[in-house]
Design a protein around this ligand. Structure first.
Ligand code: CTP
Length: 404
């Protein structure tokens, strides 16, 4: 069984490398796979070796690299060994030539022959000039492969080595790595739709100033990422943060509490599980000035009148259907259990994840968190101090027990 936190530990990955300028990114991908505890077998085409020599891959993978079926007496069976022992296989970069051969079952070199023998999940990462990528023949071949069950990772847009601007760049190694993790994660949230809110809200005073809080969005983003990895259809409604949206997640960017309320309520109907992590500003300036407020000479103080924002979670608790599971977060400075339980009642929640804010290793900006889960039935579960991604998975495990 795959551990959701370390889906690559102890797994064997087959990495196919074909001849494109992006081969240098495959070296970094290999490093990431090894660092995550995977064993890696590499198979390279002759063209790939024009860009990076096989020694680099051999040293980093700590395994012989297969380049030629006839180069040594073991190779003709070695390629079958690596094909049958892999848990997942990826070709990055995948050229138009390799894609065409794969689509039609042609096995005329070490790489295509090896991949024809693979029975585990396969991912292809096309990378080439934009016109080549958009060519109907390449697209047709990609369609064939997709229908055969091969996972095609779309290339990024950008400036290509040939100076063209458009689709065709190999995605960054961390992104390919993230998608390989997803391929290997257990899909216990398949068929479930998860709606998450994250980050702070920002309430304008005038065009240059606002009221907000220190929320980094890390906890909500970790939950959205974990749910997507586990097969859920995920929507993330996020206030302004400096994080990249998680892959495969529909991300809606908002600023104010009112924007967040509109987005969350419009998405609520389609959600099975709603997790409200966002640190919503409880109050907003009564009046938003359209021009910058100027100080006048002799002015010692300024009084800003704030009015209460709508409580989004409480509204969702009122609207919630019996088949929906509603989770809140509570950031407290004292009386954690009593305050958390009060919020379960007041907002009609199924569960609340509460943490004490103020400690350096827990709360807003930290990468770690220490939360206690409180359930509607009065039970509770303490989660020790750990990485927010780990907290996310434990929280999802607890939700799964309740909803299944
Ligand atoms: N919340 C919300 N809308 C608000 C305020 C809070 O949806 N206007 C949600 C948060 O996203 C969180 C939960 O309510 O899931 C608890 O937020 P918290 O700030 O801890 O509590 P409050 O209800 O605001 O109460 P207080 O600030 O008095 O502790």
């Amino acid at each position: 069984m795959t551990d959701p936190l370390t889906p690559l530990a102890g797994k064997q990955i087959l990495l196919g490398v074909t001849g494109g300028i992006a081969v240098y990114k495959s070296v970094e991908l290999l490093r990431l796979l090894k660092k995550a505890g995977a064993g890696v077998d590499v198979v390279m085409t002759e063209a790939a070796r024009q860009f990076v020599g096989k020694t680099t891959f051999e040293v980093l993978s700590e395994n012989p690299v297969i380049t030629d079926l006839w180069a040594d007496s073991h190779a003709s069976v070695a390629h079958i060994d690596v094909a049958s022992r892999c848990d997942a296989a990826v070709i990055a970069p995948a050229t138009a030539n390799c894609i065409a051969k794969m689509a039609h079952g042609i096995a005329d070199d070490a790489l295509t022959t090896t991949f024809l023998a693979v029975t585990s999940p396969v991912m292809l990462c096309p990378s080439m000039n934009t016109d080549m990528y958009q060519n109907i023949r390449v697209q047709r071949n990609l369609d064939i492969l997709e229908k055969d069950g091969v996972y095609i990772l779309d290339p990024d847009d950008g400036v290509l080595a040939c100076k063209t601007v458009g689709a065709g760049r190999l995605p960054e190694p961390w992104f390919i790595f993230d998608r390989i993790c997803r391929m290997l994660s257990s899909k216990d949230f398949t068929g479930k739709s998860v709606l998450v809110s994250a980050g702070p809200t920002l309430e304008p005073i005038d065009p240059v100033r606002y009221v907000s809080n220190h929320s980094s969005g890390k906890m909500g983003y970790a939950i959205a990422r974990a749910a997507e990895m586990r097969g859920a259809a995920v929507t993330l409604v996020t206030g302004p943060v400096s994080l990249d949206p998680p892959a495969g997640v529909e991300t809606v960017h908002v600023q104010t509490c009112q924007d967040m309320a509109d987005a969350m309520l419009s998405k609520m109907d389609g959600a099975d599980i709603i997790i409200k992590v966002a640190a919503v500003a409880d109050f907003r300036p009564k009046k938003q000035e359209s021009v910058k407020i100027k100080k006048t000479s002799g002015q010692d103080e300024m009084i800003l009148t704030l009015v209460q924002n709508p409580d989004i979670l409480q509204r969702m608790g009122q609207l919630k259907r019996p088949d929906q599971f509603l989770v809140g977060f509570a950031a407290e400075t004292n009386d954690l259990a009593a305050n958390a339980r009060k919020k379960i009642q007041k907002k009609n929640l199924d569960m609340i994840a509460a943490n004490l804010v103020g400690a350096a290793d827990s709360g807003f900006k930290a990468d770690t968190n220490k939360v206690t889960l409180f359930f509607k039935d009065g039970s509770q579960k303490e989660i020790g101090l750990m990485d927010k991604q780990a907290v996310a998975h434990i929280l999802l495990d607890a939700i799964l027990v309740q909803v299944s």
